[in-house]
Ligand binder design. Sequence first.
Ligand code: PAF
Length: 281
Amino acid sequence: MPLIKTKKELDLKLNSHSSDKKLGLVPTMGALHKGHMALIEKAISENDLVVVSIFVNPTQFNNTEDLKKYPRDLSKDLELIDRYNQEVIVFAPSVEEIYDENVRPKRYDFNDLDKVMEGEFRDDHFNGVGTIVEQLFDIVKPDNAYFGEKDFQQLCIINKLVETQDIPVHIIPCPIVRENNGLAMSSRNERLSKEMRLKAGFIYRTLQTAKKKFGTKSALKIKEWVKNQFLKEDDFTLEYFEIADIETLNPLKRKVKNKKYRAFIAVYADDVRLIDNIALN
Ligand code: PAF
């Protein structure tokens, strides 16, 4: 499996393939897990050639400590990808290769999709995501690009990016992959103790109960209930729980027929920040 570190090499490699081949891109920050593997396998099944990018993007971290602690293991990632017979190109550039000297996010207008939830608690996070994803689209020029629904707000932002910047790529959303206890797969789970990782199934169980309540209770009542569940739990600190319209991400005030809603949550388990979400209707 070819490992490519520069834009120039990648360009050469991609140019050596005929232009009528379908090209898929799976952008990642490495520390690959089964969630990523599901994206890669879907990309392989729908394209002739797949690029997996591995790049821990500094401009989307609002917290330097979080960036420092983000798990990195390129050789393990390469081993995992090596199992696929079909050609998968790994693009793992350095920070300088992507940003030169200017390690700063661009500014975007995401029509306020970036002002709530993750955007409220992580300054500039989505400008950083937009900056790297736009660059990757420009470098790879994929027909299809694959993103997990665990980062549902990110998915909305990327759809908006593609629309406003007029980028010719299909964004393919992929369902959340979960550990046996329901915990959403995430590279950050590696930083949890074994005990905490097991206990963290509590987050998804709470989302499932919130979903059950959604049929009969108001958003306000459900939010109160979730808050109370976390107040009773010493192991977790709730950062936010929100029920939002999946188009605008505006918090739900009054249900509107035919609109779709999702519940979103961010929780600290020790010093590890975990997010998850669930479709409500
Ligand atoms: O979801 C991620 O891992 C990252 O936000 C992405 C899309 C690879 C951009 O750095």
